[in-house]
Design a protein. Structure first.
Length: 389
């Protein structure tokens, strides 16, 4: 047992012949390096570098690399870091005996000189104005690319219309199922709840004046003209727009879009036209169903919370709204669908070859689509008010 213990202690005490070493000759002055200054000898590299930095005391150092067995990027970086520490304390460090490979590595790892100012620091106001300018220029480029892409889509639709045999009806039906029919339950449920909330708040405020019956006018006009189509568009942008961007972005990552071009096929006709047509057809249907669900939610709330009978609610609703209020919401829907489809597909084609890029563009697709849908709804509201419609 004692012999084994002595053997273990002897083996543990055996020096590492490849360890990085720094022999300091005299008080500063010249340092001779030896061993392997590589990643696998990281602890000895750090120890030797610490010896150099600790014993130089701001003097001028000449580091001799002629006995270094091997130097990699870690060793070169540690030496350059040590050089920076010595120069920061008022000393200097130079190399001697370095091979061509060593000089290249040290040059690549060289730290900036003290006089290098780096990236200029900007004040908060200047930084804010700079970021604002970048976003404005980016918004301008987005608008230009959006208009150009819209032109490509219109051209592709004209080509498809002139050659009906090239129209992919199966793809359109599949996209209609994904966009419209599978989205009906969740869209109607959310619209039903929102309609009930609007009715409850309207009754709560109007009953102070004894005018709770006017809540029917409120929810009828608000839902049919604005809220129904706006809610639907926002939900479609989050549900279908993000799906379009993710699908096309994944195809870009797998180079399937390039493969279509190599085969002589137009990705716009195959991928974009069916999706945008499905949105243009499906969004008005969803908006109409969402409006019905919201009115049903409002009617139920008016009955349970406001004490209004269903017959009275329907009679008041019939007197308060007319077909042109329904038409206002349905007219907006195709334009909102077009904007959602254009933005979603543009962001999909902008995806690069990484998952991080895909996630970033999916997020941008949803945010831009919702923003543009709200802006378009405001423009339509001003337009319809101006023509008294």
């Amino acid at each position: 047992m004692n012999r084994e213990s002595r053997f273990v202690r002897h083996a543990a005490a055996k020096p590492n012949p490849d360890a990085a070493e720094a022999a300091i000759l005299g008080e500063g002055g010249r340092v001779v390096l030896s061993g392997r200054w590589t990643a696998d000898q990281g602890s000895s590299v750090e120890k030797a570098a610490a010896q150099i930095a600790a014993r130089t005391n701001g003097a001028s150092i000449l580091v001799d690399l002629s006995n270094v067995a091997r130097l990699d990027t870690l060793g070169a970086w540690v030496l350059e870091r040590t050089r920076g520490e010595i120069e920061a304390s008022g000393g200097t460090l130079a190399y001697a005996g370095a091979s061509a490979e060593h000089r290249i590595l040290l040059g690549e790892m060289k730290l900036p000189d003290d006089g290098y100012a780096g990236k200029p620091k900007r004040g908060r106001l200047v930084g804010f104005l700079h970021d604002l300018g970048v976003r404005v220029v980016g918004a301008k480029s987005d608008m230009v690319s959006g208009l150009a892409f819209l032109g490509e889509v219109v051209t592709a639709c004209i080509r498809v219309a002139s050659r009906p045999s090239t129209f992919r009806g199966t793809a359109l039906v599949n996209q209609l199922e994904q966009v419209a029919f599978r989205g009906v339950p969740i869209i109607m449920l959310i619209s039903f709840l929102v309609g009930g909330i609007v009715a409850q708040q309207g009754i709560f405020q109007l009953q102070r004046f004894g005018a709770q019956s006017f809540v029917v006018n409120l929810i009828g006009l608000l839902i049919l003209r604005e809220l129904g189509v706006l809610l639907t568009s926002i939900m479609v942008a989050g549900r279908s727009g993000s799906a379009f961007t993710a699908e096309i972005g994944s195809m870009r990552m797998r180079e399937e879009v390039d493969a279509l071009r190599v085969m002589g096929l137009d990705p716009i006709e195959i991928l974009i036209v069916p999706r945008i047509l499905a949105l243009v057809i499906g969004l008005p249907i969803l908006a109409f169903l969402a409006s019905l669900a919201a009115l049903a939610g409002g009617g139920l709330t008016a009955s349970l919370y406001g004490g209004m009978t269903i017959d009275a609610f329907l009679a008041r609703l019939q007197a308060a709204v007319s077909f042109h209020h329904v038409a206002v919401g349905l007219i907006k829907a195709p334009f909102m669908a077009l904007i959602i489809g254009i933005i979603a597909t543009i962001e999909g084609f902008a995806v690069e070859g990484s998952a991080e890029s895909l996630g970033r563009h999916v997020t941008a697709s949803v945010v831009k689509s919702i923003f543009m849908v709200i802006v378009l709804d405001g423009l339509f509201a001003v337009f319809f008010a101006a023509i008294d419609f």
